[in-house]
Design a binder for this molecule. Structure first.
Ligand SMILES: NC(=O)c1ccc[n+]([C@@H]2O[C@H](COP(=O)([O-])OP(=O)(O)OC[C@H]3O[C@@H](n4cnc5c(N)ncnc54)[C@H](OP(=O)(O)O)[C@@H]3O)[C@@H](O)[C@H]2O)c1
Length: 280
């Protein structure tokens, strides 16, 4: 199978590296194309330096060339470039096209394809995804949705790519804005929480490097426990709070300062912005 990546910047590049580094890519060929020629060679060199020399990677001359040769085409371009790229690859619209562009609906992508080549949008197999940057370390949370032309078999094939960079789940497209709030943008809020924890540890005498490790491992551990436990998140919190102990004092302070409301409002701001982008 040939997987083509159009645009290997931050997000497309993270998915490409995660996939190339996993057994899911064994026996498959990866094709790449960016707008600037030097970015193609920088990416190819970075991949070979990172030990992906065994993965067969080919740089294509242009997007059309890549689309013609690929079975699955992954668009890692900015939302403002999706229109142009889809028009370029419209003749290859029979392939599975995966887009990660925020605020770009499946319907609008079908429309761009139709404008370029009448009817191609009606038959195109389009999968819309919303990944997040932990893809760089194989821990992405990727939401996937599809149009009616994508069969279960096509979908399962594409899902192997996103399962290989973390966890992937199918959702209906009307949940994509919610996904942005809960996983697409949320690494940023988690980094803020880590920053505050590590800074507080440093001001209590811990070396910065150590403070970062302690804060990060505590978050990884809590998340793993929450994923594996059958108890509610509320109960998991209560379990840590012994009466008269230390944690209950921290939790009381967070509650008094509106921590939960702050997170809810931040989440909603990301969701509202996503809806605004889709409407533009
Ligand atoms: N960053 C995130 O956390 C995140 C999370 C979820 C979804 N996304 C989505 O991921 C997409 C990419 O975001 P990003 O942050 O990775 O952007 P980025 O770093 O700017 O990467 C965009 C890539 O697209 C390439 N490109 C632009 N126009 C092209 C064209 N006509 N043909 C071929 N390649 C072209 C660029 O190549 P050149 O450098 O050569 O111009 C660049 O490699 C966006 O749609 C965004 O909504 C991002």
């Amino acid at each position: 199978m040939r997987i083509g990546f159009i645009g290997t910047g931050n997000m497309g590049g993270a998915i490409l590296k995660g996939y190339a580094n996993s057994s899911a890519s064994d026996g498959n060929e990866i094709l790449i194309h960016n707008k600037l020629t030097e970015h193609n060679s920088i990416m190819a060199e970075a991949m070979s330096l990172s030990g992906f020399a065994n993965t067969k990677i080919r740089i294509c001359n242009d997007n059309k060339d890549l689309a013609t040769q690929s079975d699955i085409i992954i668009l890692g371009v900015k939302p403002s470039n999706v229109d142009d790229v889809l028009r370029e690859i419209a003749p290859a619209a029979g392939k599975i096209i995966v887009s990660m562009a925020a605020g770009t609906s499946i319907e609008s992508m079908e429309g761009f394809l139709n404008e370029a080549s009448a009817g191609s949008g009606d038959t195109a197999k389009i999968i819309r995804i919303m990944p997040n940057t932990p893809a760089q370390v194989g821990e992405a949370m990727t939401a996937m949705c599809r149009n009616a032309n994508v069969s279960d078999e096509d979908f399962a094939l594409a899902k192997t790519i996103f399962d290989s960079i973390g966890r992937a789940e199918e959702v209906s497209e009307d949940l994509i804005d919610c996904v942005i709030g809960v996983s697409g943008s949320s690494p940023a809020y988690t980094f803020m929480y880590l920053e505050a924890l590590a800074k507080a540890a440093v001001s209590n005498g811990m070396a910065p490097d150590k403070a970062r490790v302690f804060a990060c491992q505590a978050v990884i551990g809590a998340a793993k426990l929450a994923l594996e436990s059958k108890e509610t998140l509320e109960q998991l919190r209560i379990n840590v709070c012994s009466p008269g102990g230390t944690t209950i004092e921290a939790v009381k302070k967070l509650q008094a300062n509106g921590f939960m409301d702050d997170v809810t409002e931040a989440f909603q701001a990301a969701v509202d912005r996503s809806k605004e982008m889709t409407a533009q």
